[in-house]
Design a protein around this ligand. Structure first.
Ligand code: SAH
Ligand code: DHB
Ligand code: MG
Length: 224
């Protein structure tokens, strides 16, 4: 991503990364080892990950939940946001991805503690205890509604919940019923709108990951 190949938005992402995001050997190694291990190339961009870190810092979140670890790229930024005394719990289905993530996170050595829990996230969420100040949901999209429900249940009043991939090249407007990821991403909007504790918006993005977006919800407990 550091050369300026690709489409306009891809090149702008490379420019943003080179201009604003410090070169970091641990992050470069995380990307390289994830690629070498054959992991899918679906991590958030560095620009998106830094945005999540800044949201965590600005909101003072110290306890962070992630659903969908992959090789730990986003996790490293979440942990940097949580900072000293903070903790991140991240959930991953695939044991092999989780092992690589643990190694990548250890190399980045964030001040916050990070726990990678292996297994279907729905099972892990049912066993987790909160409260969390911030959640990033980025796993199998068909379970997004259930993940948001768990995140809201485990959240502290005022917590933020961010959900990745809520635009999917616009396919959410007319999802193929056979595509559970797209139907799941689409269904999330009504689900969040109808959730009594959530106030939300969504922002579209373009860049190295194409045309997509993130939904951002704030949890308000106790008013209902
Ligand atoms: N957040 C990561 C990318 C996550 S990709 C980053 O930006 O760096 C989505 C991940 O969710 C994959 O690693 C996949 O194995 C995991 N996943 C898919 N279904 C899952 C499930 N049911 N429970 C937990 N993790 C799941
Ligand atoms: C896919 C998943 C993601 O979380 C993402 O950010 C991009 C693509 C996918 O499964 O194709
Ligand atoms: Mg994603």
């Amino acid at each position: 991503m550091s050369d300026l190949a690709g489409t306009g938005p891809e090149r702008v992402d490379a420019f943003i990364e080179e201009s604003l995001l410090a070169t970091d050997p641990a992050l470069a190694a995380c990307r390289e080892r994830s690629r070498d291990a054959g992991l899918p190339d679906i991590a958030v961009t560095a620009a998106q990950a830094k945005f999540l870190q800044l949201l965590i810092e600005a909101s003072g979140a110290k306890s962070v939940l992630e659903v969908g670890t992959l090789g730990g790229f986003s996790t490293i930024f979440l942990a940097r946001g949580a900072g000293a005394g903070g903790r991140v719990v991240t959930l991953e289905l695939d044991e092999r991805y989780a092992e690589l993530a643990r190694a990548n996170i250890a190399r980045a050595a964030p001040a916050a503690s990070v726990e990678v829990i292996v297994g279907p996230a729905l099972d892990s969420l049912a066993r987790l205890s909160g409260p969390f100040d911030f959640a990033f949901i980025d796993a199998d999209k068909e379970n997004n509604g259930a993940y948001v429900d768990h995140a809201a249940r485990l959240a502290r009043d005022g917590a933020l919940i961010v959900v990745d991939n809520v635009v999917r090249e616009g396919r959410i407007l007319d999802p193929d019923p056979a595509n559970a990821s797209d139907t799941g991403s689409r269904a999330l909007y009504a689900h969040v709108r109808d959730h009594p504790q959530l106030e939300a918006t969504a922002l579209q993005t373009v860049g190295a990951k194409g045309w997509d977006g993130m939904l951002i919800a704030r949890v308000r407990k106790g008013e209902y």
